[in-house]
Design a protein. Sequence first.
Length: 588
Amino acid sequence: MDIFGILALIGGLCMFLFGMNVMGGGLERAGGGRLEQILEKLTSNKFAAVGVGAGVTAIIQSSSATTVMVVGFVNSGIMKLSQAIGLIMGANIGTTVTAWLLSLTGIDSGNIAIQMLKPAHFSPILAVIGILLYLGGKNSIKKDVGEILLGFTVLMFGMQAMSDAVAPLKDVPEFTQILTIFENPLMGIVVGAVITAVIQSSSASVGILQALCVTGCFTYGSVIPIIMGQNIGTCVTAVIACISGNRSAKRTAIVHLYFNIIGTIVFLALYFSINAFVGFPFANDIIGPAGIALIHSIFNIFTTCILLPFTKGLEKLAYLTLPESNEEKKMLEKASRFNMLNDRHLSNPAFVLPHVKELTMELAGIAKQSVDKAMDMIFEYDDEKFKDLEDMENTSDMYADKLSAYLSKLSGANVGVKGGQEINFLQHSITDFERICDLTINIGELTREMSKSGSKFSPEGMDELTTYSHAVKDIMERAVTAYTKNDVGMAMSVEPLEEVIDDLNKATNRNHVKRLRSGQCSIDMGMLLSDITTHMERISDHCSNIAIYELQLNDSSISEHTYYESVEPKSTDAFKAKVAEFQQKYHF
């Protein structure tokens, strides 16, 4: 092979990889998110999981993309590891479709109809249709379809270019001698795994192997270990995707790796054992593109069949490799608090509603702890405190998700007017408590930014924030007490304090502008101060909402609009007196 042949091979490889990427991207966009929804709604039926995994992968032409999606779902808690295992198995089967499409390049017949099945012959037609849709399509769907067809065309021309470039190698003795390395099964596995890991696509790796096989130098026996290695190498993409994920996501990638490693060991053990005693007549036969596609399919179907009954075992193996952390155990303990929220209690709302209210009170307590910790971090940042804040925020998300989902189901039951009103107030309260936790994380991130940069507020600014933070702690305490103890008097005290906090917020930012003009503070610190005080003011707004819900629950004649009208400073002496009391307590 001369320099021009090498350039042709490299060019063909680039076209092949680019075409596969373009086609896969177009297929994913054409799905419009429906593929992800199918995966999300998957039931715990492992056979259905395998079918869906195979179908989705066959559509988007990438087992790596499917596996990365699954890792993401497990990482976010949408899917359990037990569900993910079936999907991963199905994805390995679905990826073999690409190899069968590429095997069409090996069709050889004098019949025109059969010749038209050869990609080199029908790809130009697809290219014409694709470019017309891509350039002339007025909507995204037509453009996506055009991109899919163009990607497929480029892929097939790249495949043909690679095959043409390597075809002369069959007459080069040195190339044949290099291939003797593949007679060692272990080396074949390593080479297949490394190549696939580098290009991060088993479909592309198998396609390259199919292109090389036109030299006539590969036998069935030499190719089988390489294909096994290619399946192991494709796990690298999932491993990379899970690096920043949680431990559940990492276990998903581990299962993918174990699936292919165990399948390779069992498959090769059976193959070489039977070949040693009986002998496969095809072992030394020259293999073509269709033969490679066949082995690829047989391996993945075989591995799925032998490991599908042992999904629990694979799950346990993943947990043995990466045991549960203390944080996970804590989360499982917290999750056990929701055992009462099951569908069999939907027919008895009077029984389950008090339990929902009890869990919502726990969420209120988490929100209060978050506020106290976030206010303290304004003055003294600490990594451990920030981790605690993150843990509480994650816990609040779990509470909010589970409680909101259950209340949505419960609202469809026969709960009556009073029950419906209580469900409505619970849902609103849950949203407010969860958003309060989100705001505390925002404050924590801002204080972490200040700590890293070594920035500090001026002494005057710190004094103002001290007063402001005490007021925010106070209003949170009052809102939670009103909510958990059904204390109407405490609920009535929340709005006057919220009025004072609004004034504190304006005064804090106004005073900072004065210090900025006199050169005592910087613009950057002003932006940080504004962000922190805005989050603090929003926390007080959510506390006000919670107090109103409590008052409405005790007096259905109170609406949010009329309540705000009744608490205007000039409306009642009691309200004005309460505002004055808080102004005296919290002033600069």
